[in-house]
Write a protein that binds this ligand. Sequence first.
Ligand SMILES: NC(=O)c1ccc[n+]([C@@H]2O[C@H](COP(=O)([O-])OP(=O)(O)OC[C@H]3O[C@@H](n4cnc5c(N)ncnc54)[C@H](O)[C@@H]3O)[C@@H](O)[C@H]2O)c1
Length: 322
Amino acid sequence: MKKVLITGANGQVGNEFTARLRKDLGKDNVIATDIKIKPDSANATEGIFEELDVTDVKRFRELAHKYKVDAIIHLASLLSVSSEKDPVFAWSLNTGSIINGLEIAKELKAQFFFPSSVAAYGVDAQPRFNTPQDTFMHPITIYGASKYAGEMLANYYHWNHGVDARSVRFGRLVSYKVRPGQGATDYAVAIYFDAIEKGSYECYLRPDTMLDFMYVDDAVDQVLKFLNTDEKKLTHRNGFNVTTFYATPEDIAASIKKFIPDFKITYKLDPVRQAIADSWPQHMDDSWARKEWGLDPKIGLDQMTEIILTNLRIKLKNEGAK
Ligand SMILES: NC(=O)c1ccc[n+]([C@@H]2O[C@H](COP(=O)([O-])OP(=O)(O)OC[C@H]3O[C@@H](n4cnc5c(N)ncnc54)[C@H](O)[C@@H]3O)[C@@H](O)[C@H]2O)c1
């Protein structure tokens, strides 16, 4: 990867990829894009930024060809809760933009990556703990169906058109730089903001809802390791399960209490988000990623909590000072 176009660069994950790749490849070799520019953001001021609606294949193609990119990191998508509110739009945005990106990758002989999700699994995936890489998928959400369809499209473009298309299934990624959005598990970001701002958090999932997590810096590191792996070493290529640790809201609250002893968590269930989270495995088996390309994330729950609380305090203080 020498020159990359990133879509959805203003999002939680996109911000991290953009900053990291500008460091690794040089700022002129990273074309950050999103549907709207945020003129004051580091994305817009510290390197190349272009407005791109990924459903506009003409503009997508023009930008990729103009900058002659050799990789596309495609992050733009509608997340799980928003997708359920408008399934037709979610399907056309999420799957339509993947096929747009794959077509362009084919033309440019570029590498293509998109993040799939634990949501690609549904309730038929067994066992619920250590769920295998290859099993019945049957996602029950439109978001999950679009992610699984994306994996199939990426395989199709690889086998039939030679595109070096790769993806991983993330559980919940946790960061502190962007406020939580509309995912079914955004509590895992919101809880840290509220811990600092209010000293308490009202959680919309049951205390025992177990899911997979990864700190976002680890996620970026691991994806770059994956994308730099010689493709001859890969048996799978789409939908690698990747995770660092599994935890419940109770576990995350207990971890926060180690740093903020007075922190309190209460629960008021949101049945929609609970049903979505319950349809996902509690923990995915990621042994194929470990075997095939050396997945080796480092940051566990308490270390992540410490990093987030330390940095988020500084960020909120700076924002308050503005
Ligand atoms: N955050 C997680 O825990 C997680 C887990 C698994 C998979 N993923 C996947 O990672 C990717 C990034 O997730 P995120 O958490 O950063 O999401 P996010 O919602 O924070 O960011 C998505 C970005 O896409 C942009 N976008 C939306 N519609 C667009 C369009 N039509 N054209 C161009 N840009 C558009 C938004 O403006 C936003 O900046 C998504 O594909 C998501 O499904 C995320």
